[in-house]
Design a protein around this ligand. Structure first.
Ligand code: SF4
Ligand code: SF4
Length: 487
């Protein structure tokens, strides 16, 4: 892997220093298909990010009406019609696995398009650069002004740029908190000074983070801070579609005229437009580099030059290394999308999506857990029957208050009552649980010692939701004299 050409060797700068100074990058604006695609993705991502918290979803009067909400105080995650409880955390794990495998697949097919187009760092850096150009102009103007003395024109442009950056960063930080707190309530509480200290603190934190990372750190986040470039190489191979310089066509590079009398030159006129357009400041002609985020802006820049000098476009293009080697040898190889690694990633992705989807669709909306009393394990009552005590918890994950039916089975002549209810023991009792909550009940079960085998016996609690007909069964034990738990 070639190194970036823009950074001077550390020892050449100063042998006593461990780090080279940052070579400031002034990316030049370009026009072309890559830039258009980047604007489209940027607008879609920003619209989604800023707009999603404002999308409403009716769940009834007592429930949040925000379509996407991570309600930490109440331990709920709402996603349109889906509501997840803390015990459903494995769906989040599944979503992360799907995301990771999807990223592996896309990277093995198309290189670092995630980095170049959809990564939040790229999206916000692009947005901040757009703001910068509005106030300070394009590359040459900015460089000239930065190297010049402080004038009124320079000062007001810098101040205005940073003010807008801070505004965007504040908007971004505030939008992030809206995924955790109801958006309209947050806005009202924030401006009336009644929001919690945590809300103000986190908005400040995310405002500062956005401002520093997108405004100041920019490409350094991708080059030095992000771990992804370090291991994405393991997902790429010679058949991955990446931004590449067609060396066989461009070299030897040179400014001169291409005529029979002069030296034989390739199509690259060595104008450096590709370097000037690059947001990470590298020279794509040096080959595959860690800093390259596959954004394609150098493709657009070079196409503009090729048009001007009358050479065919796409000297820098999207292609695979294998096809480039073949082209250099005069052959034209087809693209190979289906390869062992893409097949494995695709299979793993389909499997993960299927398992996740089925698990989500079939997940129970009511659950029961039963805990047998530890002491006493049982009691013998006056009529000779044996009594066992249980604590039963019923999770009602629906948005309706429900009278659940609880039945007990597996033991002859068995009956149960709610503790301290004074009712006659029955095989079936009704337990009301409020919507979206957990009901806890203490139950006493009465059985006949003659029905016990070796002191304990399996006992099943069946919970039924009469509204939906769904049923959940919990396997427990019933204990009697001399017995121990069956398990
Ligand atoms: S070399 Fe080209 S594709 Fe890579 S980061 Fe620079 S402009 Fe983007
Ligand atoms: S923009 Fe194209 S012609 Fe100019 S230096 Fe880069 S590769 Fe060569």
């Amino acid at each position: 892997m070639a190194s970036a050409s823009r950074r001077p060797p550390v020892e050449a700068a100063d042998p006593t220093r461990f780090f080279a100074d940052r070579a400031r990058v002034y990316p030049k604006a370009v026009h072309g298909p890559a830039r258009t695609a980047k604007w489209a993705v940027l607008m879609a991502c920003l619209a989604l990010y800023y707009g999603l918290p404002w999308l409403r979803w009716d769940r009834g009067a007592d429930h949040p009406s925000q379509a996407l909400l991570l309600d930490i105080p109440h331990r709920r995650f709402y996603f349109f019609w889906i509501e997840l409880w803390p015990q459903d955390i494995y769906y989040l794990t599944g979503a992360l696995i799907v995301g990771a495998v999807g990223l592996f697949l896309v990277t093995s097919l198309f290189g670092r398009v995630w980095c170049g187009y959809t990564c939040p760092q790229t999206v916000w850096t692009d947005l901040f650069m757009w703001v910068e150009r509005r106030f300070e102009g394009d590359r040459n103007e900015r460089m000239r002004r930065d190297q010049g003395p402080l004038t009124f024109g320079k000062a007001w442009r810098k101040v205005a740029k940073h003010a807008v950056w801070l505004g965007v960063a504040f908007w971004t930080g505030g939008a992030w908190i809206m995924y955790y707190v109801d958006a309209p309530t947050l806005v009202r509480d924030f401006w009336t000074g009644t929001a919690s200290f945590a809300v103000y603190g986190f908005i400040f934190l995310f405002t500062a983070t956005t401002y520093v990372l997108a405004g100041w750190a920019r490409e350094q986040v991708c080059t030095y801070m992000c771990p992804w470039p370090r291991f994405q190489a393991s997902m790429l191979d010679e058949q991955s579609l990446i931004v590449t310089y067609q060396r066989w066509r461009g070299e030897p590079r040179g400014h001169g005229k291409r005529d029979a009398a002069g030296p034989k030159l390739g199509d690259c006129v060595d104008c450096k437009a590709c370097i000037h357009a690059c947001p990470t400041g590298i020279d794509i002609r040096d080959g595959v580099q860690l800093e390259c985020i596959n954004c394609g802006l150098c493709v657009d820049a070079c196409n503009e030059i090729m048009e001007k000098v009358g050479h065919p476009k796409w000297l820098i293009t999207w292609d695979t290394l294998a096809r480039q080697s073949a082209k250099a040898a005069g052959r034209h190889d087809p693209l190979h999308f289906l390869r062992p690694r893409t097949f494995i990633y695709l299979s793993a992705l389909l499997l993960a999506v299927t398992v996740m989807g089925v698990a989500l669709v079939t997940r129970p909306l009511e659950r029961i857990s039963v805990q047998h009393d530890r002491a006493p394990l049982f009691a013998v009552v006056q009529d000779g029957s044996v009594r066992n005590g249980y604590t039963i918890k019923i999770s009602n994950e629906t948005l309706h208050a429900t009278d659940f039916e609880l039945r007990v089975s597996g033991l002859a002549q068995v009956g149960m009552i709610l503790a301290e209810s004074g009712a006659t023991p029955a095989e079936r009792i009704v337990l009301p649980v409020a919507a979206d909550s957990i009901g806890t009940f203490r139950i006493l079960v009465y059985g006949r010692p003659g029905a016990l085998v070796d002191g304990s016996r399996r006992l099943d609690f069946s919970l039924r939701n009469p509204r939906t007909g769904e049923e959940a069964v919990y396997e427990s034990v019933f204990m009697g004299p001399g017995g121990r738990p069956a398990n």
